[in-house]
Design a protein around this ligand. Structure first.
Ligand code: CP
Length: 308
């Protein structure tokens, strides 16, 4: 079976194939499975974009969506994640999409679950479909990743989006610059191909400026935080936007805290591709679902063939 758990499991060939497949869906291509297939979306953490766009993608592909809400499920009676997925598999789910607050929650599903698992975000670990939709948005703009500088600004340490994107972008030939509060970037353990700079330096160099939300829920309630001060020191202010390269673009995985990591006026400004990212998310999720369902009974395995 083919699971999508992390971007690092995908070769660059697979990344490009998924983006191409998503582009075909965005141009009107359709695909339906050859028999009725069931899918369930298990969101143990809140979500607007990822959950809704998986649901739209599933309906566009003609899949039967089994409703599942943690708050009205037997999770509240103590049922484990493994037993929940095993139950859905027994009932007839052909695949599951899962978001969970635990890093690497999927390691407990490795043995015993036979249906494909699509990771919709694990703690501060990985968010592979977010990364793929970000990559698709960048490719639409520039055609390629080689030689691009992508500046990722904010709460790097707690961000699964930063981790997934840095991994994929470096392998695709981009330079990744992290920026933001020094305490939120581990400068001793920067991923291969990534560097750290001040916000002003990093914005000047960037072809893509990606802002991140401050992940309050992952700071164990210890965060002392002044929104105006953060905006002044690390946010994409109106003044900093004027320093950006002429053809550069702004990305944000959202939800956006307007006036904190980005000035309110810039969210829907000409350089912003934030809502384009959301639109692309539906097509990327269609491509990922198609790939998982086509390969659910043997056949393709994760094709991790990149030479490091
Ligand atoms: N970008 C993202 O994952 O948004 P949601 O948390 O709303 O799904």
């Amino acid at each position: 079976k083919w699971d999508l758990l992390t971007t690092s499991q995908l070769s660059t060939k697979e990344i490009n194939e998924i983006i191409l497949s998503a582009s075909e869906f965005s141009s009107g291509k359709t695909w339906q499975p050859d028999k009725k297939l069931f899918i369930s979306n298990l969101f143990y953490e809140p979500s607007t974009r990822t959950k809704s766009s998986f649901e739209v993608a599933e309906r566009k592909l003609g899949l039967e969506v089994i409703p599942f809400e943690v708050q009205t499920s037997s999770v509240l009676k103590g049922e484990t994640l493994y037993d929940t997925v095993k139950t859905l598999e027994a009932i007839g789910a052909d695949s599951v999409v899962i978001r969970h607050s635990a890093d690497n929650y999927f390691s407990e599903l490795e043995n015993g679950i036979s249906i494909p698992i699509i990771n919709a975000g694990d703690g501060k670990g990985h968010h592979p479909t977010q990364s793929l939709l970000d990559l698709m948005t960048i490719q639409q703009e520039y055609g390629s990743f080689k030689g691009l500088t992508v500046t990722i600004i904010g709460d790097i340490l707690h961000s699964r989006v930063a981790r997934s994107n840095a991994d994929a972008l470096v392998r695709l030939g981009a330079k990744v610059v992290f920026s933001g509060p020094e305490d939120w970037v581990d400068q001793n353990q920067l991923p291969h191909g990534c560097s750290y700079m001040s916000v002003d330096e990093a914005i000047l160099l960037a072809d893509v400026v990606m802002l991140l939300r401050v992940q309050h829920e992952r700071h164990d309630g210890k965060l002392l935080f002044d929104k105006n001060e953060y905006h002044r020191n690390y946010g994409l202010t109106i003044e900093r936007e004027k320093m950006m390269k002429k053809d550069s673009i702004i990305l944000h995985p959202a939800p956006v805290n307007r006036g904190v990591e980005i000035a309110d006026e810039l969210v829907e400004s000409p350089k912003s591709r934030i809502f384009k990212q959301m639109e692309n998310g539906v097509y990327i999720r269609m491509a990922v679902l198609k790939r998982a369902l086509e390969n659910r009974n043997g056949g393709m395995k994760n094709d991790n063939v990149d030479q490091k």
